[in-house]
Design a protein around this ligand. Structure first.
Ligand code: SF4
Length: 469
C-alpha cells in the first residue's frame, strides 16, 4: 500500500524542436515511478550530453544547466533503485563513449542474470564503475556496437545475453530506440506529438504533453523512433507474455492505459469484485488515499454502501518515499494522514486499500481510526496476499518482509487489529484485469515465476516437465 516503492520510468523523444522542455514535462508525469533520481541524455552536434542526479525531476532538470542542453532527440529516466545502491553514480541514463560514437541507456526492470553476467565479464577483465545492472547492459551493447557497427545487430546480440524484465530507451548516436523484454513485464508505449514522436513508460505522459497514444510496444519488440516514423523489429518472444499485474493494481497512474486497459477502470472493477467476494454490513466505505481510492469507489458501487473520505491527506509534508528506512517511511505516512472525525465517529467502516506488503502502516491506520471513534473497522484489499519475492523490478525481495508469510487471513486481521479482513482472490483479480491468466505475471501471489529463477518454481512447470524442459 502507498509506500511500496516503484521500479523506474523511461522516456525517449525525437522532435523537430528543442527537446529539453518536453522531456522534463514527460518525466514529471511519470515521477510516481521513481523519486530517487532523474536524468536525461540529449544528442547534439555529434555527441550525447547528459544531466542526471539524485532528486525529483524539477530539482534535477532546472536552470541554465538544463535549458542550455540543446538537441532534438533524447532519452530520460526517473529511478527508484531495486538493483544497485541508491547513489549518484547509479543515476540514469547511463552513457558510454565508443570508437563509433556515444551511447545512452535508460532501463526500467531487473536483469535476473545480472550477477552471473557480471562474474563472467569480470573474469574476462571487464571493470564496472557502478553496482547497477544497467551498466552491464550498456557495456555489452557498446562492445557489440564496436564489433558490428550496426545498432540493430548490436541490440539483438545484447538482448540475447540478458534475461528478466526490461523496458529500455536508448540512444546510439542520434538514433533513438524503445525496447520491451520478450515477456512484456513492464509497460512501454509509443505516441505522437505535433512536434515529433515519443516512447514512454505510461500513456498518461502523452496526454499531458499534448500527444496521442498510438499503441503499446509489443513484448520482444525493438522500435526505432524518428521524428516522423516508427520502425519495428521483432525478436523471438514466447507465446505467453507475463504482464505485471501490479502495474494495474498500484504502480501505474490511474489515467494510464496499458494493454488497452485503463488502470482506473481495472481498479474500480477490482473493488466491485471485492465487494461480491467479501461483503460486510457497514455504514461507509473509506479509501486509503491515494492508492486505494479507485478500489474503494468500486467497492462502494458493488456493495451499495456509501463512499466517503475518511482521511485528510497533508500534501505538504516532506517526501516519505525517499526516506531509506521503513520506520521513517511509516512515521512519514502517519504525518501525512489524519482521520476525518465526522466520517469515522460511531460508524462501521470498510477501509479499502490496493495491497498489503508489510502491514505495519495499515495497522497504524486502523488504530488511528479507532482512536477517532470508529465503531468497527473492516479492511478490504484489492490484491491477493503477497507471499513471494519479485525479481522483475519491484522492491519486494525477501519473504520475511511480507505480513502474509506464515499467517492465515484471520491472523493478519488480528495483526493489523481489524474486525475483519478480505483480500480479492487471484481469480477475481484476473477477471478484473480481463487478461488471460497465462498472460500475466502473478509470481508474487502464487510463487510461479514466468522465467527460470534458481530455487523457485517456474510458471507452467507441469507443462514444462511434460516436455522434458
Ligand atoms: S512478481 Fe509480482 S510485482 Fe513482480 S513482476 Fe510479477 S506480478 Fe509484478
Amino acid at each position: 500500500m502507498g509506500n511500496l516503492e516503484h521500479s523506474c520510468g523511461v522516456i525517449g523523444l525525437s522532435l523537430d524542436t528543442k527537446v529539453a522542455p518536453f522531456a522534463k514535462k514527460a518525466l514529471r508525469v511519470i515521477q510516481h515511478r521513481g523519486q530517487e533520481s532523474a536524468g536525461v541524455a540529449i544528442f547534439n552536434d555529434g555527441h550525447i550530453s547528459y544531466l542526471r542526479d539524485m532528486g525529483l525531476v524539477h530539482e534535477v532538470l532546472r536552470g541554465s544547466e538544463y535549458y542550455n542542453l540543446t538537441g532534438n532527440v533524447c532519452i530520460g529516466h526517473v529511478r527508484y533503485s531495486t538493483e544497485g545502491e541508491s547513489k549518484a553514480s547509479n543515476c540514469q541514463p547511463m552513457t558510454v563513449t565508443t570508437s563509433y560514437g556515444d551511447i545512452a541507456l535508460a532501463h526500467n526492470g531487473d536483469i535476473t542474470n545480472a550477477t552471473e553476467l557480471r562474474e563472467q565479464l569480470s573474469k574476462k577483465g571487464w571493470a564496472f564503475l557502478t553496482t547497477s545492472d544497467t551498466e552491464i547492459i550498456i557495456r555489452i551493447l557498446a562492445k557489440e556496437f564496436n564489433e558490428t557497427r550496426d545498432p540493430i545487430k548490436a541490440i539483438k546480440n545484447t538482448l540475447r545475453m540478458i534475461e528478466g524484465a526490461y523496458s529500455l530507451t536508448m540512444l546510439i548516436g542520434d538514433r533513438l530506440f524503445g525496447i520491451r523484454d520478450p515477456m512484456g513485464f513492464r509497460p512501454l508505449c509509443i505516441g505522437r506529438l505535433k512536434e515529433g514522436n515519443v516512447v514512454v513508460s505510461e500513456s498518461a505522459a502523452l496526454d499531458v504533453t499534448g500527444g496521442e497514444f498510438i499503441r503499446d510496444v509489443l513484448p520482444g519488440e525493438i522500435i526505432e523512433v524518428t521524428r516522423t516514423s516508427f520502425h519495428s523489429v521483432r525478436t523471438p518472444a514466447p507465446k505467453n507474455p507475463a504482464h505485471c499485474m501490479f502495474e494495474w493494481v498500484y504502480f501505474a497512474r490511474p489515467d494510464s492505459i496499458m494493454e488497452c486497459r485503463e488502470a482506473y477502470e481495472v481498479r474500480k472493477r477490482i473493488g466491485q469484485i471485492l465487494a461480491s467476494e467479501h461483503p460486510i454490513d457497514a455504514d461507509v466505505v473509506v479509501p486509503v488515499p491515494d492508492s486505494g481510492r479507485a478500489h474503494a469507489i468500486g467497492y462502494a458501487e458493488g456493495s451499495g454502501i456509501k463512499y466517503e473520505e475518511g482521511f485528510m491527506k497533508n500534501r505538504y509534508v516532506e517526501r516519505t518515499f525517499i526516506m531509506p528506512v521503513q520506520k521513517q517511511r511509516e512515521a512519514g505516512v502517519m504525518l501525512k494522514l489524519n482521520p476525518i472525525r465526522s466520517t469515522v465517529k460511531g460508524r462501521r467502516l470498510v477501509v479499502v486499500d490496493d495491497s498489503i506488503v508489510r502491514g505495519t502502516t495499515l495497522r497504524k491506520l486502523v488504530q488511528m481510526l479507532r482512536r477517532a471513534g470508529a465503531e468497527e473497522v473492516h479492511v478490504r484489499i484489492g490484491c491477493p496476499p503477497i507471499v513471494a519475492p519479485c525479481f522483475y523490478g519491484v522492491d519486494m525481495k525477501t519473504r520475511g518482509q511480507f505480513v502474509a508469510t506464515g499467517r492465515t487471513v484471520d491472523e493478519i486481521a488480528e495483526h493489523i487489529t481489524a474486525d475483519s479482513l478480505g483480500y480479492i482472490s487471484i481469480d477475481g483479480l484476473v477477471k478484473a484485469l480481463n487478461i488471460p491468466y497465462q498472460d500475466l505475471c502473478l509470481a508474487c501471489l502464487n510463487g510461479e515465476y514466468p522465467t527460470p529463477i534458481p530455487g523457485e518454481r517456474q510458471r507452467f512447470q507441469t507443462r514444462l516437465n511434460e516436455h522434458g524442459q
